[in-house]
Design a binder for this molecule. Structure first.
Ligand SMILES: C[S@@+](CC[C@H](N)C(=O)[O-])C[C@H]1O[C@@H](n2cnc3c(N)ncnc32)[C@H](O)[C@@H]1O
Length: 272
């Protein structure tokens, strides 16, 4: 097995999701529901079989249950993400059937039937150690005429630098990580001042983005290793070759920031 695919070489995503999950409240749940509706439409999940690959905290699987999914299978490679998702779904439960599995995207086609109406994988496939293969494996789980909704880091001129930083951060001590976060937040504040934005307002409104939380996302951004990135034309070529057509996408425009690549969101439909 390629070492980068092994959980031991990864950032401890699950620990971060476990700590984040204590913050899940009505506002964050509503933002997550809004995020899913933006991608999949008001009834895009209703009565659908929904596969969440790289479920993290489980919040978005829960949102899919709230939107009327018929059945949820939530999967993650990291044992802490799986535990957290089980906790979140049990706590907020809707009575609808769900299953949480610790499994890598690379093993899914061997373990589950490829008949999901919606396959959702937000901010995951670029963290697997083999992004293009991971996209193909996830795409293989979509039923004919089903939807594949995913988000991936945008390729920027700074990706090499960030990959090196993440490799270091993921394995360094807690003190060094704390110092790195303090430096990053200071630079981010400075960036806000220079561009005339309010840092306080940005942080306060951060939960509107799919229910996320600024400092947990800083930790995830600085440590998210393995790390790959991709441009929208590259995504389109790959998905077409896999038999998909673009349904909608939300891609970043304008200048890329040196402080982060940001995720582009895509929804493709399987045509065969
Ligand atoms: C940045 S988090 C995103 C979590 C969630 N999708 C969200 O949007 O909040 C990435 C997640 O992908 C998981 N992951 C990494 N490699 C994976 C793999 N090979 N198979 C499944 N999940 C994986 C990580 O453990 C982590 O929970």
């Amino acid at each position: 097995m390629n070492d980068l695919k092994a959980v031991e070489s990864h950032f401890r995503f699950g620990e971060n999701w476990s700590s984040y999950s204590d913050l899940i409240d009505e506002d964050r749940i509503r933002s997550s529901v809004d995020g899913l509706q933006k991608l999949l439409g008001d009834s895009g999940v209703l009565e659908k079989r929904f596969l969440d690959i790289g479920c993290g905290s489980g919040l978005h699987s829960f949102a899919a249950l709230l939107l009327g999914a018929k059945e949820i299978v939530a999967t993650d490679l990291d044992a802490d993400s799986v535990k957290t998702t089980e906790k979140v779904l049990a706590k907020h439960g809707t009575g609808k059937p769900y299953r949480v599995m610790q499994i890598s995207v690379f093993d899914l086609p061997d373990q589950l039937k490829p008949d999901f109406d919606v396959v959702y994988s937000w901010g995951v496939l670029h963290h697997t150690g083999a992004m293009v293969e991971a996209i193909s494996k996830a795409a293989a789980m979509v039923a004919p005429d089903g939807l594949f909704a995913f988000a991936l880091y945008r390729k920027t001129p700074y990706c090499g630098l960030w990959r090196a930083e993440k490799k270091w951060y993921a394995k360094t001590g807690l003190r060094q990580q704390g110092i790195a976060r303090a430096i990053y937040v200071t630079l981010f504040r400075l960036g806000c001042t220079v561009t005339g934005r309010s840092f306080k307002k940005y942080v306060a409104e951060y939960k509107k983005m799919r229910g996320m939380e600024f400092l947990h996302d800083v930790h995830d951004w600085l440590g998210g290793y393995p790390y790959e990135s991709i441009s929208p034309p590259q995504v389109d070529r790959l998905l077409r070759s896999l038999g998909f057509v673009l349904e909608r996408r939300f891609v970043r425009s304008g200048l890329t920031s040196v402080l982060g690549s940001g995720c582009d969101e895509y929804v493709y439909r399987k045509t065969m």
